[in-house]
Design a binder for this molecule. Structure first.
Ligand SMILES: [Zn+2]
Length: 431
């Protein structure tokens, strides 16, 4: 249970008019913002203009989100190549270099232009939805050096809400614990694993995490957040933890609300789920690559391919926000395989298996018979079960639910699946 709190952290909106727009109005709003950024980027970003010109597109050809399909994806590797060819930003920047406030350097190396007047909305929306409120004292434990996340994105977004920031950066766990106590800080920004470090250190120092530490809200990113870790940390500290998703180039692309049922797309981004093979948009409920467009004029990336796989849903969220949600991040595009037109990913296979404790080793085999894909989940059971047929049916149902593709379950003798083998083995030949 969260600690007693006089402040309402679980309802309300940062930008109610944007966050609760009816669907049709939202589409109109996004289309209008899209036309604006396309005009702008065509005029000021050399890389975007040459991309459009090379296929004979003009800004007027892009009127709606659907029209984005005409523009090819810019993947991170393209960005790196173009940055080498045309340093430092590959011509993607939307303002001259001497007008920037900062220049950031991410691993790669890959360079990001930092804006003078930071007006990104997504992270702040996520913090507010996660329970951060004006006047909160917050430690920001993301790294402040070189990379843009802690300094430009998290710091500015906390300031936008009206929080008081202690820029602790990463490391010095004991000192972080002392700072939390000294200032009675209520907010944590950082990775889930670092919050766990803090918990362990505080316990080692003989502190009671619920009484001596006043943390109430946590905004975590940059790592996977397993539900088991979330509930462990929430329980230990008596706090609310919500996660967010984005990249250094294109910023926030999703944030959780109190419902924890996926990540709302912020109102200053367009997120498409795309078939990585055709470049076409996939509808709700289908797995594909997350491709995003920002309205940021300093760094106007249009159709940026994140390389991450997810599913978009537009079913209404009880929190009242009307934006679509990214269901969890399912893995990387380059690990996925297509079966009967749908992508399947090792992460999904793990999810299926996690529902059935009887399963030991396992592997998915994709084969092709009479020009049709077949998927078989081969399973070594930990021990004999009394009703194998029933278990087989149950697992097949989980496969359908999680992977959205029918697959047959086959129990194989122990030792049939070599240790360390790939979770998805593609046996198809294309002749
Ligand atoms: Zn919601």
């Amino acid at each position: 249970m969260p600690k007693q709190d006089v402040m309402d952290r679980t309802t309300g909106f940062l930008k109610k008019n944007l966050e609760t727009m009816p669907h049709k109005k939202r589409i109109e709003y996004l289309n209008q913002k899209l036309r604006g950024i396309i005009q702008y980027a065509y005029k000021y970003s050399i890389a975007f203009k040459s991309k459009m010109d090379s296929v004979g597109l003009k800004p007027k050809d892009i009127q709606t989100i659907k029209d984005l399909e005409k523009i090819s994806i810019t993947e991170k590797t393209d960005l790196m190549k173009l940055q080498k060819k045309n340093p430092p930003f590959g011509g993607f920047e939307g303002v001259p270099m001497n007008k920037l406030r900062r220049i950031f350097i991410s691993p790669g190396p890959i360079y990001e232009p930092g804006e003078v007047d930071y007006d990104e909305l997504g992270w702040a929306q996520g913090m507010y939805a996660g329970g951060f409120r004006p006047g909160d004292i917050v430690i920001n434990t993301f790294s402040y050096h070189m990379v843009p996340f802690a300094l430009q994105m998290v710091d500015n977004s906390l300031h936008r809400i009206g929080c008081v920031i202690i820029p602790t950066g990463i490391g010095n766990t004991e000192q972080q614990v002392n700072i939390l106590r000294e200032f009675k800080a209520v907010g944590f920004c950082g990775t889930p694993s670092f919050l766990l470090n803090i918990a362990e250190k505080a316990e080692e120092m003989g502190l009671d995490l619920k009484k001596d530490i006043t943390l109430r809200v946590g905004f975590v990113a940059a790592e996977m957040l397993p539900e088991s870790l979330r509930s462990k940390l929430e329980e230990k500290f008596g706090m609310i933890i919500r996660q967010t998703y984005g990249t250094a180039d294109i910023q926030c692309l999703g944030y959780e609300c109190m419902e924890k049922n996926g990540m709302h797309v912020p109102d200053d981004k367009i997120v498409e789920i795309m078939d990585p093979e055709t470049g076409k948009q996939l509808g709700p409920g289908k797995m594909g690559e997350i491709v995003a467009t920002t309205f940021n004029r300093t760094y106007p990336l249009i159709r940026f391919g994140t390389g991450d796989l997810s599913i978009l849903t537009d079913t209404p969220c009880p929190c009242g926000r009307t934006s679509p949600r990214l269901l969890k991040i399912l893995g990387r595009v380059d690990q996925a395989t297509k079966v009967r037109g749908l992508f399947v990913h090792p992460g999904q296979v793990n999810e299926v298996v996690s529902k059935h404790p009887q399963v030991g080793n396992y592997q998915v085999a994709i084969t092709r018979k009479e020009h049709k894909d077949e998927m078989t989940l081969r399973i070594e059971l930990k021990e004999e079960v009394s009703q194998p047929e029933k278990l087989k049916e149950e697992i097949e149902r989980s496969v359908r639910d999680v992977m959205k593709v029918r697959g047959e379950v086959q129990f194989v003798p122990k030792g049939s699946i070599p240790e360390g083998s790939r979770k998805i083995e593609d046996h198809r030949t294309w002749e």
